[in-house]
Design a protein around this ligand. Structure first.
Ligand SMILES: [Zn+2]
Ligand SMILES: [Zn+2]
Length: 452
């Protein structure tokens, strides 16, 4: 069933740099904007290789000049960030990097310049984990081979693998620096899972300068295939709060204004919104609550809603219709309603130029044509799209690489895992992408050097 050519013998097993690094990062996952240990480890590794490191407050202040805390630009609980910082500080008392990250300024942009001038090539790797308790089952390889999470979070989306690919690629670029030209920009982005680190990073000037940008993901599609240009749905979500009036449910019910009834009416009718003819869409209410006992007419009810669409306009259409239904339901029961927007992940185009280069790279490293997919739409969403748009809108070429793999349990599940050899393919394809995008397509780089 394995259609991707078998890996070379010296690339198998945990002794490959990308696999070794993945297992290292897998053990200490940190959620969005609390990736203090992760960022510190990345800085250590990249500075050893000679990269120029941009991180911490300085990185953010180039765009947000007076920022003191990440909660000023991302919807995140300040105390959560600060207590995670204290935990990281206790475990890394010697880290030279940590102090600059206080306030949630995680993530790194690392730059390496070659002697010869050439294109500016960027890669983006997300580094955050999820608040998921990892499976301790013996069928789960990280537990069986003793590299499972040691805290209450989990790398249940493969971002440990992305971080590892980024660092192994960084090493390969540095090792081959004299045979390459141009500038390399490696972006280790915090908080892909939300609140969106991609949206925060997309305002950094560097993205306007990039000639190429490739973000990537492991898994997503449940088969071992390489997708050169993966597209995502737009997602928009909001919290809806109905405010009514309490009253005794038996003695004077007519004096109440029932917030729960309005919320129920809204939720039921939201699922009846007509779909859009121009593409795929989704709508879901994830939670609803109202805390009154049975003998009180509910004065407060709230729920959270998300809509998704294949194009921004489809998602916006659903969102507007949802707004009308919610306001209509509030009017029916004479209650007030507040719709609080929680954020949006937008759609992005895969540039033809970058998709073609990726296809060429995949063929060059010896993959069969039938495992290479040029373009595909997934029903997931991604915040690298903000970065891709920043690049595409400024005459650069961005495309999203998918390293398809079975994902044992599925993304965000306690038994999530992937085929680790995809990490090796990831490093090889990205390095070959670099070679293909070099001005003279430098063939003097030996295959030996590429896979060292
Ligand atoms: Zn995820
Ligand atoms: Zn992910």
């Amino acid at each position: 069933m394995n259609k991707i050519v078998p890996l070379k013998k010296d690339n198998t097993g945990s002794n490959h740099e990308a696999i070794r690094l993945r297992r290292h990062f897998h053990q200490n996952p940190e959620t969005g904007f609390t990736e203090f240990w992760t960022t510190s480890e990345i800085c250590d590794y990249l500075s050893e290789l000679g990269y120029e490191i941009h991180y911490g407050k300085d990185l953010y202040r180039s765009t947000y000049p007076s920022i003191q805390h990440i909660s000023e630009v991302a919807q995140i609980d300040k105390n959560k960030v600060d207590s995670a910082y204290q935990t990281a500080k206790a475990s890394l008392p010697e880290s030279p990097w940590l102090a600059e990250m206080e306030g949630g300024f995680t993530g790194v942009i690392a730059i390496l310049d070659c002697v010869e001038k050439g294109p500016i090539t960027g890669f983006r790797f997300d580094i955050d984990g999820l608040p998921v308790q990892e499976s301790s089952g013996s069928e789960h390889i990280p537990s069986r081979e003793q590299f499972a999470s040691r805290n209450n979070n989990m790398h249940a989306c493969g971002h440990d693998g992305h971080t590892a690919i980024g660092l192994a690629l960084a090493k390969q670029i540095a090792d081959n620096r004299n045979q390459l030209s141009g500038r390399f920009v490696l972006v280790f982005q915090p908080s892909e899972e939300g609140p969106s680190g991609g949206e925060v990073f997309a305002r950094f000037d560097i993205f306007k300068q990039l000639d190429y940008l490739v973000p990537l993901h492991i898994g997503i599609i449940d088969e071992r295939k390489i997708v050169c240009g993966l597209s995502f749905l737009n997602v928009r979500n909001c919290r809806v709060i109905f405010r009514g009036k309490n009253a005794h449910a038996a003695v004077s019910p007519e004096l109440g204004r029932n917030a729960l009834q309005a919320a129920c009416t809204a939720v039921t009718n939201l699922y009846g919104i007509s779909r859009h003819r121009e593409g795929m869409s989704r709508l879901n209410v994830g939670q609803m609550c109202s805390n009154n006992p049975t003998n009180i007419i509910s004065d407060h009810a709230e729920f959270e809603l998300e809509v998704r669409g294949e194009q921004n306009k489809i998602s916006h259409y659903l969102f507007e219709r949802a707004n009308s239904i919610i306001r209509g339901a509030a009017a029916m029961y004479d209650v007030e309603v507040e719709i609080e927007e929680l954020g949006e992940y937008v759609c992005a185009d895969n540039s033809e130029k970058s998709v073609s280069l990726m296809k060429k790279a995949a063929i060059n490293i010896g993959l069969d044509q039938d495992v290479i997919v040029e373009r595909k739409l997934t029903s997931a969403s991604e915040d690298a799209t903000f970065l891709m748009n920043a690049v595409n809108e400024n005459n650069g070429s961005a495309s999203y690489l998918c390293l398809g793999s079975p994902t044992y349990g599925g993304h965000h599940h306690p038994s999530f895992d992937f085929d680790e050899d995809m990490l090796v393919y990831g490093v090889d394809i990205l390095f070959e992408y670099i070679r293909c995008s070099q001005p003279s397509h430098n063939n003097s780089l030996s295959h030996q050097a590429k896979t060292a």
